[in-house]
Design a protein around this ligand. Structure first.
Ligand code: GLA
Ligand code: ZN
Length: 656
């Protein structure tokens, strides 16, 4: 397992480079990521390239046998390019062009930007693709699905729509443009959604625009990767991704890249809300699920965050090391810390790295050094992966559609995913988060929260899984929309109704109000946000409402369908419900559970088929005591143990 750092040679004096590399080598750093913002130094003038400093920076690290993650610098075009081609800057939804002097503001579709982006990428690839020091390539930095509305994007969007729908009549019908007399009579009338007011925009248009920009972002990454691979087909190419307002479609973005890498900034302060506190395990599992393979962390929390927001608290003792190991527990094979030293200039000077402005390595650095010291002991888990009995389905389309129409006060697609993830995780099992059209046959239980926008492949996939004996858990707001984001004219959950064996006679979007449901065993729980009032067909009630005019009506149902079972949760609850529910599902489906894990302790297992390695991570601020079912060998301190005492954010890894 490799530990690395993100480094900005262009931001520091040469004298520091050598001292930094020496200290990195002594500390045990194995990889250094460089170059993602350095275009103006690589091409100071149009067509004039300067790679001498980069050669030097690379050998500064490679002479210590550190590998390099070389980035393409396309996130920050130099100012000379904007001067000559001002229209390479993105245009916002309100029609105004973004200002220069920041980053990531170039339009990925602007022809002149693309011309230069391809050229600098090709230049870098030609010079370094076969350099043995280059361990991997990072395309750009945190590519998003930018909602750019420039002329070029408008034109491409029109082409994209015509390509998909053939002609304007089909688009008019699919978008329901007759509503508010929005019918297109000429292709030039097609416009991306504009700013005001957002809620007045046609949801069909909005979803297609979001899909279009996701496609364009993936195309950009793919085109750049091809340029690198042309020079060196064996190059390992990735891009570092994130969750943001314009989250890219991970599945598309990485479809042609070699591996996923993720920028991981777990929370420093824990909350009492368990759905939230285990959220970083959730995001890590989601990253592993994108390619259903192990992944890298390209940026890892190293100090107080800040810069464009008020500064947050400094990582607590244990978090620098513990969170890096937590990422490995969920499938990261490499963790790179952002960043080696905190910037003392520029907008990001308060987003702290491992070493503070003082350049005196302190507490956080020492903890990082300890992480580097133990990393070689983890080599035995290098060939291991996570195998899970439980999967949660994540759909980018659904996430985008819920962003366009947030349903009711407090309703959150991600919150539902996180609660299910936290609930199953409490029993110490691995959980996969995978696309709805992936192979489900290996899972004993599949949670398919709010399958909102109909997708034929996904729906058939879920049916197939249940028909063959699988157990699926669906939730409210499933089967609501057709693929164009229009409401389906059938009783909910429409396409899933037959499998669910119940239908929604009416719904009550209660928002932040709370009501009560009671399950078959008499346990009562608070519910919120949404209440589907269900009428039973072949299904049985699992829980009923206790309030309002629908008191006594089913809120949660269970239906045997072919050889499988389909549950439907027509409301949104709190953790107590999901925990109990997950426990029941595990009992029903024969998934082994660890019981009585101390609060906050996360358990995952990586296996190579012969040996299982169990990770116990204390993601809490209290000490945790765990009794193991038998004595097991700790790979961190080479001893047999039958009891674990974990300090806050401590990790133990034992061989089963
Ligand atoms: C992102 C970016 C980095 C840096 C960090 C911290 O993850 O990729 O360049 O800006 O955030 O702010
Ligand atoms: Zn654009």
């Amino acid at each position: 397992m490799k530990i690395g750092v993100d480094y900005y040679p262009e931001q520091w004096d040469r004298e520091l480079w050598k001292a930094d590399a020496d200290l990195m080598a002594r500390t045990g750093v194995r990889l250094v990521r460089i170059g993602e913002f350095a275009w103006s130094r690589l091409e100071p003038k149009d067509g004039e390239f300067d790679f001498t400093w980069l050669d030097e920076a690379i050998s500064n690290f490679s002479r210590h046998a550190m590998g390099i993650v070389l980035c393409t610098p396309t996130s920050c075009p130099p100012l000379w390019m904007y001067e000559t081609y001002p229209d390479i800057v993105q245009v916002g939804a309100d029609g105004s062009r973004l200002q220069t002097g920041i980053r990531a503001h170039r339009c990925l579709n602007a022809p002149m930007f693309l011309y230069y982006a391809k050229r600098i990428t090709e230049q870098l690839a030609k010079r370094y693709a076969n350099n043995p020091a280059i361990a991997a390539w990072q395309i750009d930095n945190e590519l998003e699905s930018y909602p750019c509305t420039c002329e070029e994007c408008r034109g491409l969007f029109r082409d994209w729509l015509i390509d998909k729908y053939d002609d304007l009549n089909n688009i008019n019908a699919a978008f329901g443009n007759i509503v508010w007399s929005g019918e297109y009579s000429d292709i030039s009338q097609i416009q991306p959604p504009n700013a005001y007011p957002k809620a007045w925009q046609n949801p069909a248009l909005c979803l297609e625009y979001s899909r279009f920009s996701a496609d364009m972002t993936a195309k950009f990454a793919n085109d750049m990767a091809m340029i690198i691979k042309r020079e060196n087909p064996r190059a390992k190419v990735t891009t570092n991704t994130l969750f943001s307002e314009n989250t890219p479609d991970f599945y598309k973005l990485f479809s042609n890249l070699d591996f996923v890498s993720y920028d991981n900034y777990p929370p420093v302060r824990l909350t009492d809300d368990e759905g939230m506190s285990s959220s970083h395990a959730f995001y890590l599992d989601m990253m592993r699920g994108v390619k259903q393979k192990n992944f890298w962390v390209m940026e890892q929390l190293s100090g107080p965050t800040g810069s464009w927001m008020p500064m947050g608290p400094t990582p607590r003792p244990g978090q620098i090391k513990g969170y890096a190991l937590q990422a490995m527990a969920h499938g990261a094979d490499t963790v790179m810390h952002f960043r080696w030293r905190t910037a003392n200039k520029g907008a990001e000077m308060y987003w702290h790295g491992l070493i503070d402005h003082s350049n005196v390595p302190g507490r956080r650095f020492n903890e990082f050094a300890e992480l580097c010291r133990i990393a070689p002991k983890l080599s035995v888990i290098e060939t291991t992966e996570l195998v899970s009995d439980v999967a949660i389905l994540y759909s980018h389309d659904n996430a985008a559609a819920f962003r366009i129409q947030p349903q009711t006060e407090g309703f959150s697609y991600f919150e539902q995913l996180r609660y299910f993830h936290a609930a199953f995780s409490k029993y110490g099992v691995n959980v996969d988060i995978v696309p709805p059209d992936s192979d489900l046959s290996k899972y004993k239980a599949v949670v398919a929260p709010s399958m909102y926008v109909y997708d034929k492949n996904s729906a058939e996939n879920i049916y197939r899984y249940v028909i063959k004996g699988g157990t699926v858990i669906m939730t409210a707001r499933s089967g609501v929309k057709d693929p164009c984001n229009n409401c389906i004219m059938e009783p909910l959950p429409t396409v899933y109704r037959e499998m669910i064996g119940a239908e929604v006679s009416e719904y009550d979007p209660i928002g932040k109000e709370e009501q009560t449901i009671v399950d078959f065993a008499g346990n009562s729980y608070k519910c919120r946000q949404w209440c589907d009032i269900l009428e039973l067909g072949t299904a049985r009630a699992y829980a009923e409402y206790r309030d309002s005019f629908y008191s006594g009506k089913p809120a949660v149902t269970m239906n045997r369908y072919c050889s499988g079972v389909a549950y439907y949760i027509g409301t949104v609850c709190h953790m107590d419900f999901y925990e109990k529910f997950a426990g029941n599902i595990m009992k029903q489906t024969g998934i082994p559970r660890l019981k009585d894990l101390p609060k906050g302790v996360e358990v995952t297992t990586r296996t190579n088929g012969l040996d299982d390695y169990i990770f116990f991570f204390n993601n809490s601020e209290q000490e945790a005591d765990i009794t193991l079912p038998k004595a097991m060998f700790s790979i961190l301190d080479d001893t047999e143990k039958d009891k674990l005492k974990l300090k806050p954010f401590d990790m133990e890894i034992v061989r089963k």
